[in-house]
Design a protein around this ligand. Sequence first.
Ligand SMILES: Cc1cc2nc3c(=O)[nH]c(=O)nc-3n(C[C@H](O)[C@H](O)[C@H](O)COP(=O)(O)OP(=O)(O)OC[C@H]3O[C@@H](n4cnc5c(N)ncnc54)[C@H](O)[C@@H]3O)c2cc1C
Length: 423
Amino acid sequence: MSDAIGTGSIAVVGAGVAGIMTAYALAKRGINVAVIDALSGPAEMCSRANAGIIAVGHAKAWAGPQAIGAMMKAIAGRDPSVQITRLSDPALWRWGVGFLLNCRPSAHHRNTDKLQRLSHYSRALVAAAETEMDLPKETRHHGGLYLFQDQSQFDAHAASIKRQGNGSIELLSRGALIAREPALSVLPNLVGGLFSAADSVGDCQLFSQRTAAYLNQACRVSLHFNTRVTGFRRTGNTIEAVKTERGEIACAGVILATGVETPDITSPLGFRPNIYPVKGYSGTWTVTDPAGVPALPYVDETELLAVATYGGKIRVTAIAEFAGRDRSVPGKRIERLTDYMRRSFGDAVDLKTAEFWSGLRPTTAAGPPYLGRIRRFDNLWINAGHGQLGWTMSLGCGELLAQRITGERASMTDVSSRARWLS
Ligand SMILES: Cc1cc2nc3c(=O)[nH]c(=O)nc-3n(C[C@H](O)[C@H](O)[C@H](O)COP(=O)(O)OP(=O)(O)OC[C@H]3O[C@@H](n4cnc5c(N)ncnc54)[C@H](O)[C@@H]3O)c2cc1C
């Protein structure tokens, strides 16, 4: 490869939101960075058409005491929001055992605490990054809503919020919700909700693309797209180059931000991060009447859907499906998204403009991502496994990893999922 980078560069493998924000944190410290991705541009995999919510209010570990019953319901096929379509997948069984071990209350609290700290920290960095890169200020920081259409579910959530005494969460009746967000009056069964002041919303793919362009132009970060990494050249415990389909790229260190494909790339090195692809779907429509759609993003906790508007579009995302690496978008999933859009905001959008997409959330069994150095190697790092909160935690995870690599004082510690192979 003619554009081989200097031996002082850090190679970031993966140009999803995790990889791009890691590159940003490194480049701003004056480190030479090369970003390498198998696809044609930034954020073309899971970071492409997600809900775009910097969902601090949603930062809780999925694995917990209540999740066991929910999983049983899903296995029995009685939950439209959680689907298990590939039960025979050995990777799912391995992940499932890890998930069950993390359902103990102590593990749930520990993992939720990590996710909350990462999310709060990360959200605080977004506006500063927009300013520093002189990007259009399109990420909105006005909070987000969590809605309930079932009174007993709302009461249970409200009681738990009151117990936790979380000051950034406000409880709202149906009337108070509609006063704050009039477009929600179209939801007939809405009983109440929560307002999370710490939430933000913005287009994750666009933010990643703009950051990559800035890094390339202002910081001379080299971007290698359509370039799949196939392995590593190493001497002892030190990686000296990444091997790609297009030749070798020499480097001083490597960061794996490879999402659901991380176990593929690490297997030949002797370890497999327990990351499972949890598939989700989105539908995106052009807004024709901005007053008829909500300005605040929301998660419908009863129907398990998320809705957000930006760039003249409205997007609905839904479903956690365990289907291996399958990325098809079956008709019945399209129907579910379309049905929700039609009955909720059908008068305010052009229904003919729908674009449907599926993405594979790189989900660890515990919840928090793997973040740190691979124990057996001097210069191999990982930032992968952000599940349903990859955009939410991206700037924070990048920053924390850069701090570790440069030996700076860490802004926070003990936020990673644990693993024997990780230091
Ligand atoms: C429906 C849906 C809605 C979501 N909504 C939200 C939300 O509102 N808020 C939020 O915070 N998160 C949300 N998420 C989660 C979020 O999208 C993910 O956590 C995030 O995109 C993961 O980013 P990533 O960079 O780790 O992975 P990816 O974006 O998948 O990037 C990994 C990259 O690595 C590359 N790669 C892998 N292997 C190789 C290799 N060998 N060589 C070269 N390149 C390689 C891939 O090509 C890919 O580009 C949602 C996800 C889904 C599916």
